[in-house]
Design a protein around this ligand. Structure first.
Ligand code: NAG
Ligand code: NAG
Ligand code: NAG
Length: 295
């Protein structure tokens, strides 16, 4: 079996089929058409990941050190997601903050405001889980947030479904391999939580009047071509390595263009938030290694 076929199977297993893009791990970005890149970000800095007419999502990255394959890696993780959307019930502001999650239980917690009214989604209220079936649900106008014990899915019809899943760093079975970096607020222990993200576009890309942007959003570009960007080398046993890749080649402009001044800021060089006029896809502006998508 070819390497590409294997990769596609792996991507399918992760739910990373066409129409879906995301980020996971220390962060690896997966584009809607199969391209991938690593993105270190900068300690305690916000970046826009998806910007579209009625939705804008920022992440925060945080540096951390961990042991991997006998090496010590100075890398980073996504630790916060901040989502803003106008809804029929007023503006939605929603935050998933990994520091509020226990790495041992991974019970979810997120909070926000809907039309100015605060709400929480918490995976720890098992009573609620049992009463209401597997899901806890918050309806904010035409946006629905669904939580199970740890993950949250946000449905913003007709365009987007977003999944946020907390994961222990570097992973659940290697929590003791964490050396430094993000910490859970209430548990000053040698373990922490990162976030994995999936963005699913529910409409054909070519039917959109305004092409999405942001580090992840720009891969929904109406092409069949995934664009690979910079990735970090595999750490070698015994070495200390610092990740450096900033998704060069797979993003338009440079990584600094995506820095956001605050959690819910929406305006940046490539912002599509509230944009009404048709904006064409920007195929060809990313200069990384194009490869055939798997659609
Ligand atoms: C990790 O790398 C960053 C960026 O080079 C640096 O600022 C930081 O001090 C390093 N952390 C450790 C623990 O060496
Ligand atoms: C979530 O709760 C924290 C702490 O209570 C608060 O500071 C923050 O503003 C809330 N987030 C949102 C989006 O309302
Ligand atoms: C929670 O939701 C996520 C995302 O949809 C899913 O992958 C996971 O299996 C669910 N877990 C449970 C216990 O239902």
């Amino acid at each position: 079996m070819g390497l590409l076929a294997l990769l596609h199977i792996a991507q399918a297993a992760l739910g990373l089929c066409p129409g879906t893009a995301g980020g996971q791990g220390d962060p690896h970005l997966y584009g809607a058409h199969g391209g991938h890149a690593d993105f270190r970000g900068r300690d305690n800095t916000f970046f826009n990941v998806v910007s579209h007419q009625k939705m804008s999502a920022n992440i925060k990255t945080k540096d951390g050190e961990f042991r991997l394959h006998g090496a010590i890696v100075n890398g980073s993780w996504m630790v916060e997601l901040h989502l803003i959307a106008p809804t029929t019930a007023g503006p939605l502001f929603w935050t998933y903050d990994a520091a509020r999650i226990s790495p041992a239980s991974l019970l979810g917690f997120s909070n926000g405001t809907c039309g100015g009214k605060p709400f929480k989604l918490t995976g720890s209220r098992m009573g609620n889980l049992l009463r209401n079936g597997p899901l806890q649900r918050k309806v904010c106008g035409d946006v629905v947030l669904q939580a199970n014990h740890s993950s949250v899915k946000v449905f913003m019809l007709p365009y987007w479904a977003i999944t946020v899943a907390p994961k222990a760093t570097p992973d659940y079975f290697h929590r003791s391999d964490r050396i430094s970096g993000p910490e859970a607020h209430h548990l000053p222990q040698r373990a922490a939580v990162r976030l994995d993200l999936l963005f699913t576009l529910l409409r054909p890309e070519r039917s959109l009047d305004v092409a999405p942007h942001g580090l992840i959003g720009q891969t929904f570009d109406g092409s069949d071509v995934g664009v690979d960007g910079a990735v970090d080398p595999k750490p070698q046993r015994g070495e200390r390595m610092t990740t450096m890749a900033m998704a060069e080649g797979s993003i338009e402009g440079v990584w600094q263009d995506y820095i956001m001044p605050s959690p819910f800021a929406t305006s940046f060089k490539f912002s599509r938030y509230n944009v009404q006029v048709r904006s064409d896809v920007h195929l060809g502006l990313r200069d990384g290694l194009p490869r055939r998508g798997h659609r």
